[in-house]
Design a protein around this ligand. Structure first.
Ligand code: HEC
Length: 108
């Protein structure tokens, strides 16, 4: 499935500029291969020190990945993982994780 992402108003465009389309199938394939071992097959983390990615906003996820890639956000593992990601891979994986639906319940 392909979803179109419209460019934001001029003020936001610099920081948040996104490629025109995210490829969800490619995002899932990449996530299965490179991310699932820590973030879980459906974006619910398998490690106690890794965050859940399922259902987080695409824009937020993409921004974090770009920040790890540039070094603006530092983490020894994610910095290495994000370094080789292309803008398209960032959009695709972010779109796929964002598409997963998470249900929240009251604490018991
Ligand atoms: C070896 C384990 C590991 C793998 C593999 C991994 N991550 Fe992470 N990821 C982490 C950890 C640990 C953090 C928390 C880092 C921090 O504290 O900043 C994290 C953080 C993130 C965040 C920030 C989430 C937030 O809520 O701010 C994103 C986005 C992310 N990872 C995406 C990915 C993607 C996409 C991949 C695959 C290309 C991937 N990760 C592969 C361990 C991993």
């Amino acid at each position: 499935m392909r979803i179109l992402t419209l460019a934001c108003a001029a003020g936001l465009a610099g920081a948040l500029a996104l490629p025109a389309a995210a490829d969800m199938a490619a995002g899932k394939a990449k996530a299965d291969m490179a991310c699932a071992v820590c973030h879980g097959a459906q974006g619910i983390a398998t490690l106690p020190n890794a965050p859940n990615l399922a259902g987080q906003p695409q824009m937020y996820l993409a921004e974090q990945l770009k920040n790890y890639r540039s070094g603006k956000r530092t983490h020894e593992v994610m910095g290495v993982i994000a370094k080789p990601l292309t803008d398209q891979e960032i959009e695709d994986t972010s779109a796929w994780y964002a598409s997963l639906q998470v249900e929240v319940r009251e604490a018991k």
